[in-house]
Structure formats: C-alpha cells, structure tokens
Design a protein around this ligand. Structure first.
Ligand SMILES: Nc1ncnc2c1ncn2[C@@H]1O[C@H](COP(=O)(O)OP(=O)(O)OP(=O)(O)O)[C@@H](O)[C@H]1O
Ligand SMILES: [Mg+2]
Length: 507
C-alpha cells in the first residue's frame, strides 16, 4: 500500500471540532481570562483565530519578540505594542470585542503591575468584551486572578486525529522527496496509530516523521523503536523503566501451560479478536526463586509483541518519600499511555505487603493498586511476581484480581533437560556431546538459575585447567552445589503446600 504524496481529502484537519467548541463555550460564557498550559502553541493560536472569525471578533497574537500582531492587518494597532505592560495597557484602554492570545506569558505573572493590569481588564469586561488567553508551558495563575480565570486543557489527539496527522506527515514527506509515496501496509499504519495515541500532536508528528524518514517506509518492524521513542518523550523517570531486553519463549525450559495460556490470549489482549470476551488483565506468578518468573515477564511482552515496562517498588518507596501514592498513580498513567504493554511488577510483596508501622502507607499503596487493577480501561497486562507468598495480603490473591495465579515450581526432569540444552547452547556448546540423562539426574532439586550457574562455573574451572568443558567438570560442579531446595527445604515445602489448592501449575 502507498500513502500518496498528495494530501488526502479526508486526512483529518489537525484540529477536530470538539476542543474548539469547548474553548468557544468558555469565551462565550464571558470569561475575561483563560489560562492554557500547553506545548501546542500553533494549535491554540489557530483555534482562537477560527473562533474570532466565526463570531466576527478582532483577534491578536502577542510574543515578546514580535509584539502585538493582528490576524487581520486592518485591525493592526497604529503604533507598535511590544512590552508586556504595553500590550496590557492597549487591551485595557483601546480594545473592544477582541481576543488576545499572549504567548509564553507565565514569567510576567510574577510582576505585581502585570497582575493588576489583568485584574483591571477582567473587572472592566462588561465594557470592552475582550478575552485574554494566556498560553505557556506552565501557567500558575496568581490567587488575585483566579476568580476571573478559566483553565482550558487541550485534549490529546484521538486515534482519528493521530491517523490524520500521520497521513499529513506522509504527504509532506512525499512532497519533499520528489512526490514519492510512503510505502506501508494497513497493518503497519494501524499499529503506528495505536502506538502514537496518548502523545501531543507535535510529538505524534515528530515520531511519525522519524518512522518514515530514513527509508520512506512505515513497517511493522519499526514499532519497537517507535515505542522506545514514545517512552522517552513521556520523560518520566524513576519508578517505571522501559525494559529493552525481552526473551523469546524458546529460551525458557518448560512452563508450557503458561506459554499456551498467553498465546491463546494474544489476540484478545490486542483487541483483534472476539469482543464478547474480556481482554486478559494479568497474572500473578508465585514460586521458587530462580525458576524463571522474571523470564516469563519478559517473554509475555515478546509473545504479545508489545513493550515491557517494569515497576520498581524499591524505587517507589525510597526515591520519592512522601509522594509514593502519587508516583504510583503516575506510573499507572504512563503505562496506560504506553498501552498496549506489559507492566511487570517484580517482587510485588515488597510493595504491597501490609506493614503495621508505616502510618498506613502500604495499605494505601495496596488500595491504589487494587483500584487501578479493577478500573483500568486500557490494555495493560500485569505480570506480578512474588517469592514470599506468606507476605502477600489476602485481598491480592483473592479470585478475580488476576486472571490466573501460576505457581512456578522447580523444573521437572524433562524441563531440566530443556534448560540444560538451552544454556549449553547459549554458550556455543553442543548438548549432544554430554550425557544429558546423567546431568538431569544429578540436578534433581536444582532451579533453572542453579543449573545455569553450574554450567558457568564448570566452564571457568575447565578454562583454568586448560581444556574444554567435559561431563566430569559439570558433574563435579553440580555435586558441589547445595541447591536452595535443600538449604530451604521447609520453606519451599510450605510454599508448595500453600500453592497446591490456590494456584495453577505452569506445566
Ligand atoms: N525455566 C528456565 N529456562 C531457562 N532458563 C532459566 C529458567 N529458569 C531460570 N533460568 C535461568 O536463571 C536465570 C534467573 O531466572 P529468573 O530471574 O527468571 O528467576 P526468578 O524466578 O525471577 O528468580 P527470583 O525469584 O530470584 O527473581 C534466568 O535468567 C535464566 O538464565
Ligand atoms: Mg525474578
């Protein structure tokens, strides 16, 4: 499919009607001052211009560099009006039935004279009927002006708007490249649009151009890159991190049932299948350390083909002491903007285990989490992992919170064989050169992580002795290892007993 380089008739104008109508309603309700916090300056200016022409009002735009400029040259002030106080004086004394957009005005609001001028203008509204729209990246309205000021928020572009912007960007790109058409497919465009929802118009344009730019192609394979760039644009640090490394299920030994469970739900999660079934919301993985819980979180993102975000509870608690709940809510917001995505909450017991001595903080965190779990609308698939199930609050493991609670146990003999093959293979060793049956036997009670560690240590030993890895090196290393299942036998048994009637095995 080509996206033609000529603009398409239906390519969606940048501004849809509804935000204009909202702004119009505020202006018509005789509000003298309107504060707009946005980075989308051209859009606001354009909207004011349209409203002015619709109601036959005069309209002006002011910046500190260009002074006051009328959109219609007939309305241009006779002498130049440049300084902030000059423009306010002009509005106060000379204007009627006009709209003024003052750009980057926030620094001037710290000046008492400016504040008084604005108040004078507001108080005299019924004489001049002029409205002042203050625009800036932030717009803290001084208390004296608040009674006269309405806030206006520019909504983020809808999916339809995003599509329109992508088409416009493709058309502009084509025009600049000798009328070449952008090469793409319906599927790739749909994915791009879905991935760019949640960003401002400027950022949508920037990322769409980035996707097209190097080769004039929008392809599905570019989407991970787009999502990465999107995450960086959101500019949120700390609690959430973008996990660049995902894992294919082929790198995981066993856990077949869990793999199937995820695979059959993929289309429902992405909204590509029967809408009578609720999309999957998340799983809780409990189990023995080192048996692949973290691997599964990474593999889930790979199966669904969506980004993986990780929520780090230790950062949540330490870094922003006192703002913990707000930061958790912000993390959820970011995850929704990044949706569809997998949100990995590792060692969830560290975040939501209720402690008695923290003034109720952990309980509030748990409440915030449970509320979001039940109310979220966007496709964010939660993979929560926990080692210490005894510390998990009962509310969390109650039926219905997660779609399923899986128990990740020590690997069975066939799974140990798979794990041995995977980890030998990863280190360029030929599994067929080893007696796998004997290794499977010897690693009884080992976790996947311990099997991997045994291979790594045996390789070091063999290297130090100046020969390649042998069966004897492996067996010697395995025999020296005291696996956790021995060291913590009771604890693991206790976990298993607890899990037996509350969870589903992964195999
Ligand atoms: N089933 C498995 N197949 C292949 N490798 C495995 C498996 N289980 C564990 N491993 C290896 O052990 C490493 C540690 O596993 P992982 O971090 O997924 O365990 P975990 O259950 O999250 O442990 P923890 O409770 O300590 O966080 C993995 O990076 C992988 O190399
Ligand atoms: Mg882990």
């Amino acid at each position: 499919m080509n996206l033609p380089s000529a603009k398409l008739a239906n390519s969606g104008s940048l501004i849809t009607e509804s935000p204009i109508r909202d702004l119009e309603a505020i202006i018509r309700s005789r509000t003298p001052l309107i504060a707009v916090e946005t980075g989308e300056e051209p859009q606001i200016v354009q909207m004011v211009r349209q409203i002015a022409s619709r109601f036959q009002l005069k309209a002006y735009r002011w910046t500190v560099t260009e002074g006051l400029q009328a959109f219609d040259p007939c309305d241009q002030p006779l002498q130049s009006v440049v300084k902030s106080q000059e423009v306010l004086n002009y509005i106060k004394t000379a204007a009627t039935h006009s709209l003024f957009v003052l750009l980057d005005f926030h620094p001037y609001l710290q000046d008492a004279v400016v504040v008084r001028y604005l108040k004078d203008i507001a108080l005299a509204y019924s004489r001049h009927y002029s409205t002042v729209v203050l625009v800036g990246s932030t717009m803290p309205v001084p208390p004296d002006l608040q009674p006269f000021t309405a806030r206006f928020r520019l909504p983020l572009p809808s999916a339809g708007d995003v599509r329109g912007i992508v088409y416009d960007v493709a058309a502009d790109w084509g025009a600049e490249h000798g009328k070449r058409d952008v090469q793409t497919t319906n599927k790739a465009i749909d994915l791009l649009v879905r991935n760019l929802v949640g960003l401002t118009a400027t950022d949508v344009r920037r990322l769409a151009l980035k996707a097209i730019n190097d080769d004039g192609v929008i392809s599905e394979s570019e989407m991970p890159e787009v999502m990465r760039a999107k995450y960086e644009l959101l500019g949120r640090d700390g609690v959430l991190s973008f996990e660049y490394e995902t894992v294919q299920f082929s790198e995981i030994g066993g856990l077949q049932r869990l793999r199937n469970w995820l695979t059959v739900r993929k289309d429902f999660f992405l909204g590509d299948a029967d809408t009578r079934l609720d999309p999957p919301r998340g799983v809780l993985l409990l189990g023995v350390q080192g048996c692949g819980k973290s691997l599964v979180a990474k593999a889930a993102a790979a199966i669904f083909g969506v980004p993986l975000l990780r929520l780090d509870f230790s950062v949540l608690y330490n870094k922003y002491y006192g703002e913990t709940e707000r930061n958790l809510r912000k993390a959820f917001e970011t995850a929704e903007v990044m949706s569809p995505c997998v949100l990995w909450m590792d060692e969830i017991e560290k975040g939501v285990a209720v402690q008695e001595d923290d003034d109720g903080l952990s309980r509030r965190i748990l409440g915030t989490f449970l509320t979001w779990m039940s109310e979220r609308k966007k496709p964010v698939f939660v993979v929560a992992t926990a080692n210490d199930i005894m510390r998990l609050p009962p509310e969390l493991v109650r039926k219905g919170r997660f779609d399923e609670i899986f128990f990740v146990d020590l690997p069975s003999p066939p799974n140990r064989r798979d794990i041995l093959q995977i980890h030998l293979g990863k280190r360029a060793l030929e599994p067929a050169q080893f007696d796998l049956d004997a290794l499977v036997e010897a690693t009884n009670g080992f976790s996947g992580s311990e099997i991997e560690q045994a291979i790594v240590s045996a390789m070091y030993t063999a290297h130090a002795q100046g020969h390649g890895l042998t069966q004897a090196d492996l067996i010697a290393e395995i025999q020296q290892t005291r696996p956790l299942s021995v060291v913590m036998r009771e604890k693991i048994q206790e976990t298993r007993d607890w899990a037996s009637d509350r969870t589903v095995p992964c195999d």
